[in-house]
Design a protein around this ligand. Structure first.
Ligand SMILES: Cc1cc2nc3c(=O)[nH]c(=O)nc-3n(C[C@H](O)[C@H](O)[C@H](O)COP(=O)(O)O)c2cc1C
Length: 220
């Protein structure tokens, strides 16, 4: 199929959302934990986390339009803190349920049967059931005029990763962590490692890191 800009514009709204939402490729699945100024907790699944840079360690997040009725955004702006919690395979159903529009007074932690975990000096809840948990401090917020969405940029000020998921080179092994990936708003994948490649250089051919070496590397 070939789609022109006109074809895309004339699609029915839901069909266009499903189509366009899957075109950026696999996306991360994170539960974003927040609390309001009174400590009322909130949890929402979000797939728009993007790595922005590692020094300082920054992640960006896109929040849909909607002002005050966007509880996650309102809480982030109120406290300056929020958490990212990787969705693992056993958590998919509970995580997906947090997308439902609950009233502000209802915590999605309770609605989805998940547990809020608190850390000293950090004003947002982490998800106790998640294996990889990040504490974020708000660094920049921009309302994007092009489509009324919000760009939220935060610095990772806390990272909790199980020892067995840390590779010798410092990377986190997301397959070992059972972190899932997302397409669109409804399809969850359990990715598996395909290849590891050495750092690309102009004067060298692409070099695959042999699997046994990768395994030995991981064991070190
Ligand atoms: C798979 C999936 C991914 C989502 N990703 C985002 C996202 O990146 N940004 C966003 O604003 N909403 C996203 N949503 C929608 C929110 O989860 C939903 O609007 C939720 O009710 C927001 O909760 P809140 O009002 O408590 O912040 C996603 C929903 C699903 C099912």
């Amino acid at each position: 199929m070939h789609f022109t800009s006109g074809d895309i514009q004339s699609m029915d709204t839901r069909r266009r959302a499903a189509f366009i939402n899957s075109l950026s490729g696999f996306k991360p699945a994170n539960l974003v934990g927040t609390a309001d100024a009174n400590g009322q907790t909130n949890l929402a699944i979000m797939s728009s986390a993007v790595h922005l840079g590692s020094d300082p360690p920054l992640l960006a997040l896109i929040v849909r339009p909607g002002g005050e009725e966007r509880h996650t955004l309102a809480n982030i702006l109120a406290t300056g803190h929020y958490s990212f919690n990787h969705v693992t395979a056993p958590l998919v159903e509970a995580a997906h349920q947090t997308a439902a529009r609950y009233h502000r007074n209802v915590s999605e932690f309770d609605a989805a049967g998940l547990t809020a975990a608190w850390r000293q000096g950090f004003d947002a809840p982490l998800v106790a059931e998640a294996d990889i948990r990040l504490g974020m401090a708000l660094r920049e917020h921009q309302h994007l005029r092009i489509n009324d969405t919000h760009l939220v940029i935060g610095e990772i000020i806390l990272a909790e990763v199980p020892d067995h998921c840390l590779r010798a080179d410092g990377a986190v092994d997301l397959e070992e962590a059972d972190t899932v990936a997302l397409s669109g708003l409804d399809t969850y994948y359990r990715p598996s490692t395909f290849k590891r490649m050495a750092y690309a250089k102009p004067d060298l051919q692409p070099r695959v890191i042999p699997a046994p070496l990768a395994a030995a590397d991981a064991a070190r």
